[in-house]
Design a protein around this ligand. Structure first.
Ligand SMILES: Cc1cc2nc3c(=O)[nH]c(=O)nc-3n(C[C@H](O)[C@H](O)[C@H](O)COP(=O)(O)O)c2cc1C
Length: 332
């Protein structure tokens, strides 16, 4: 049920893409999503070295028991991307053929992935970048709107607005993400012409995510209004938990205005700082903590596979409800 060009291309059972999550998308979590029928991606930059990534990849492939798993490459405009080149070669050596890129244009990675018999979905927050990537030969596009967790870019539009326009300009299959946390919403993506949904923040309280119990508890307690977008002033918009650090960053943005520079915010905006304090030490007010309002649908800590199964069931129920309503409308 619910087969699309994207489910065929990536070989997952459900049109659900669990996009890469820095620090969280490791073997146990990615494999659990894969076994349950979603497409998930390891994040090499979550590891201290390519060797550590390789060890985690081997573990993931074992745990996935043959279900397809992928690798995500965040391509930075500001920092070296050397680790991506090394880790792409490692992934290909282990037979990985599904990839997700995000950030800057994937460039020569496209040919390398295709030469290795692989497929690539490029995630974009701007229509023009998505069009350019599609023209360059990526196999699929993921559009994420301003409501998405993590770095949704400076684009001001919700994802469904961008998708409607993207469908007119892009021929390859498109996935849509941002704020999606229920099966009904995934069905809505398909109805709008998307061929899968990118669902990430909904998984933040997954059992397999290695994080302090305080962090999981905060994710479960979070509601629709628990997120805020910071760092728009320096064009590095980041959607995060509305915590003490986010409020301090916002205060500084107001004070510094256009003069604000990345360095002004110091450690507060470093990913490692958030990992060390919020994820590992459990001081969830210290550091910026990526998430979107979709976390509101995570009302308990549970295995990632159960979340995938719930989303799939919700899709079916929504579909049956829609068909039922349609039948009523016709019979009247
Ligand atoms: C905790 C967290 C970490 C993320 N890290 C990455 C990352 O390393 N690479 C990436 O491409 N996207 C990353 N993202 C963005 C997601 O892959 C996805 O595009 C976005 O979260 C979708 O919106 P949603 O959170 O509303 O589901 C991250 C998102 C979250 C919540």
């Amino acid at each position: 049920m619910f087969r699309t060009r994207l489910t065929e291309l990536f070989g997952m059972r459900f049109p659900i893409i669990v996009g890469g999550m820095m620090w969280h998308s490791k073997a146990a979590f990615v494999a659990a999503c894969a076994r349950a029928g979603a497409m998930a991606f390891l994040t090499p930059k979550s590891h201290d070295s390519p060797d550590a990534f390789e060890a985690d990849l081997v573990k993931c492939l074992e745990l996935a028991q043959g279900a397809p798993v992928g690798v995500n490459f965040s391509i930075s405009r500001f920092r070296s991307n050397e680790i991506n080149d090394t880790c792409l070669a490692i992934a290909q050596r282990h037979g990985v053929t599904r990839f997700e890129t995000a950030g800057s244009h994937p460039g020569e990675m496209i040919a390398r992935i295709h030469d290795g018999g692989g497929v690539l979905i490029h995630k974009s927050t701007q229509l023009r970048h998505a069009v350019k990537a599609a023209q360059s030969g990526v196999d699929a596009i993921a559009i994420v709107g301003m409501e998405a967790g993590g770095h949704p870019g400076i684009n001001p539009h919700p994802g469904h607005v961008i998708l409607a326009q993207a469908l007119k300009e892009i021929d390859v299959p498109i996935a849509l993400g941002g704020g999606i946390g229920t099966g009904r919403q995934i069905l809505g993506v398909l109805a709008q012409g998307g061929e899968a949904a990118v669902v990430v923040s909904r998984f933040l309280a997954s059992t397999e995510i290695e994080a302090h119990p305080n962090y999981k508890a905060r994710m479960v307690a979070a509601g629709m209004d628990s997120t805020v977008a910071v760092l728009h002033a320096i064009k590095d918009t980041w959607r995060v938990l509305d915590n003490e650090t986010a409020r301090r960053v916002q205060q500084m943005e107001r004070e510094l205005g256009e003069a604000a520079r990345h360095a002004d915010f110091g450690d507060m905006v470093s990913g490692r700082h958030g990992r060390d304090w919020a994820y590992i030490a459990g001081d969830v007010d210290r550091g910026l903590v990526s998430m979107s309002s979709a976390v509101a649908h995570a009302d308990c800590e549970e295995p990632a596979g159960d979340i995938v199964a719930k989303l799939a069931r919700e899709m079916e129920v929504a579909w049956e409800g829609l068909a039922g309503r349609h039948a009523c409308a016709v019979s009247k």
